[in-house]
Design a protein around this ligand. Structure first.
Ligand SMILES: Cc1cc2nc3c(=O)[nH]c(=O)nc-3n(C[C@H](O)[C@H](O)[C@H](O)COP(=O)(O)OP(=O)(O)OC[C@H]3O[C@@H](n4cnc5c(N)ncnc54)[C@H](O)[C@@H]3O)c2cc1C
Length: 246
């Protein structure tokens, strides 16, 4: 973990791209950004012309010392902030961001000679900080075993689809996608929700002493954490980040 000062910063939107049918990827230029470790998040604040303010947390898909910050925001229907970010934010707009935050839920390359395996478990947009960790692992040329178990509704809903496919192809990450509503034609199993049994078969066994990072909607994170404990993983080895929802 790198100690970095936390403050409010002015961010300029420099690009907005479709991420999934319901999400956008936002590229921000933040000249005063101190950099961030992989897995960190920030608080984003919007101010209306009448002075009304609303802020929400978003994971950072990028990491390192640069001043370019990448987010991926999924629209929560009827939400206050995410529909604005997905539909109304434009290149050139300025917003405020506070961070980097979340020193507990970060991954940095191990400094010892005996790197522990890393198991990443994502539900939906919860893959954002885990993608940052997988990417940082690849960029660092880190030799640790990295596995990503990613539960997502349909193939179109996969965040960072091309980037994650490239990480899997280069064997930087062992990828296991679980489709809950519809699978690609070539899939060998029909769509189904993640279960305790499926999880136990897919993850690095507890006996191999992995560090486990779990991120997604609150009910997903709570179910997965329970299953991991039942499978023998130690509480201190499981790090979680809850995105909300019930
Ligand atoms: C540390 C952290 C990191 C996060 N990172 C991301 C990220 O990278 N990408 C991303 O898209 N979101 C992320 N979130 C969720 C984000 O902060 C907001 O909660 C989300 O965008 C909804 O905000 P809203 O104002 O549109 O909805 P609100 O107006 O706050 O809520 C509207 C309704 O939706 C429910 N709700 C709120 N959040 C969720 C949710 N995530 N899923 C389902 N229902 C919800 C509420 O309970 C409420 O009923 C993160 C949350 C946390 C705590």
């Amino acid at each position: 973990m790198t100690r970095r000062p936390t403050a409010w910063h002015t961010a300029t939107v420099v690009d907005v791209r479709p991420e999934t049918p319901t999400a956008k990827r936002l590229y921000l230029d933040v000249p005063t950004w101190p950099g961030n470790d992989a897995g960190a998040h920030l608080d984003l604040r919007l101010t209306a012309p009448d002075g009304y303010q609303a802020s929400r947390s978003y994971s950072i898909a990028s990491s390192g010392d640069g001043t370019r910050v990448v987010l991926a925001v999924d629209e929560v229907p009827d939400g206050e902030v995410s529909p604005f970010l997905v539909h109304d934010l434009r290149v050139g707009d300025e917003i405020e961001v506070h961070g980097p935050l979340g020193a507990f839920f970060v991954w940095t390359p191990p400094t010892d000679d005996d790197p522990r395996p890393v198991q990443l478990i994502a539900g939906g947009s919860g893959v954002v900080p885990l993608y940052a960790m997988a990417q940082a692992h690849a960029v660092a040329g880190d030799a640790s075993e990295f596995r990503l178990l990613y539960s997502v509704r349909t193939p179109d809903d996969v965040f960072f689809r091309d980037e994650i496919a490239a990480l899997a192809e280069s064997r930087a990450v062992d990828l296991d996608l679980v489709f809950t509503r519809s699978s690609p034609p070539e899939a060998s199993v029909p769509p189904a929700r993640l279960t305790a049994e499926r999880l136990r078969d897919a993850v690095v066994p507890a006996a191999h002493n992995p560090r486990v990072y779990v991120c997604g909607p609150t009910p997903f994170v709570e179910a997965v954490s329970r299953w991991l404990l039942d499978a023998g993983h130690r509480p201190g080895d499981i790090r979680t980040e809850r995105f909300g929802g019930s």
